[in-house]
Design a protein around this ligand. Structure first.
Ligand code: ATR
Length: 273
């Protein structure tokens, strides 16, 4: 029998996840269906949807904007919830696996980012100076996995206090944009939502070390941050499409115990851009 999965979000029409999981299923011979479900943005609507999916026999789901934080709070509805370390730290989940007695919560965003950096882009992160720009949900989800790689992580944010608070919580360094003036980084990751409004974090031009990598967690088009990085010395500039596919692959692995090949899926999606 076909096992059912879904992605839940609002908005959701733009989601590439159904296409990605369909490619994974074809490639691995797994008998699954995967659909996108739009849910009204309240926490109660989200919880009701999760309860409904379990009742309808779904095996799991992905959770995207704005529900990743709501998923973290599912424990309050009385189900047995197991939280991975990444979920506990990020206080957000993007992958739910429905078990007989409860729900397993995972967050695969950070693993997806680290895999894209290390395996697809070939970066050895150990000891590297890594700047993470942004202190919202997207940043929070990736700090612990980045720290685990042995990279020397510094968080910065337009509202510096938020960067300092996150840095303290995750035991890494934090600073304001102004304090970046005298610093250079091997890897600069844009985890802000500035690209959505075609804006650019106001970081100094001088931050890119020779042979540095600039990475935007957004995908779909070149963001102002990517253009800025290209113009100011970054040797390699990448969008977040690889991260998207890698986090999906990690979810697929959690659900099915099978690890799909990501390279052909990334290539297929690139062709559509
Ligand atoms: P997300 O879940 O995408 O991280 P969020 O939690 O709303 O969204 O956080 C948005 C992040 O992008 C914040 O770090 C925000 O900076 P502030 O904390 O100063 O608001 C950052 N951001 C959004 N637009 C930005 C811009 N134009 N320049 C710099 N940072 C921006």
């Amino acid at each position: 029998m076909t096992d059912k999965y879904a992605v839940i979000g609002n908005p959701i029409a733009h989601s590439k996840s159904p296409q990605i999981h369909k490619m994974f299923a074809e490639q691995t011979g797994q008998d699954i269906s995967y659909e996108a479900i739009l849910v009204a943005s309240g926490p109660d609507d989200f919880t009701a949807e999760i309860i409904g999916l379990r009742k309808d026999g779904y095996k799991g789901c992905n959770v995207t904007v704005p529900f990743k934080q709501h998923a973290f709070q599912l424990g309050i509805i009385g189900l047995t919830i197991s939280l991975s370390e990444d979920v506990t730290h990020a206080m957000a989940a993007n992958t739910l696996k429905f078990l007989n007695g409860g729900i397993q919560l995972e967050n695969t965003d950070g693993t997806g980012l680290v895999r894209d950096l290390t395996e697809n882009l070939g970066v050895d992160l150990r000891g590297k100076r890594l700047l993470l720009v942004g202190a919202g949900g997207a940043a929070r989800g990736v700090i612990l996995p980045l720290r685990r790689t042995g990279a020397n992580v510094i968080i910065t944010n337009r509202t510096a206090d938020k960067a300092l608070a996150l840095a303290k919580r995750f035991i890494v360094s934090g600073c304001s944009y102004e304090e970046l003036v005298s610093k250079k980084f091997d890897i600069v990751i844009n985890a802000t939502s500035s690209g959505l409004s075609d804006e650019m974090p106001d970081i100094p031009e001088s931050i890119f070390a020779p042979s540095s990598l600039a990475y935007d967690m957004m995908y779909g088009r070149e963001t102002p941050f990517m253009k800025f990085a290209r113009e100011h010395g970054a040797a390699v500039v990448s969008d977040g499409l690889g991260m998207l596919v890698e986090q999906a692959a990690e979810s697929f692995f959690i659900w099915r115990g099978v690890r799909p090949e990501t390279a052909p899926v990334i290539a297929a999606l690139r062709k559509q851009q």
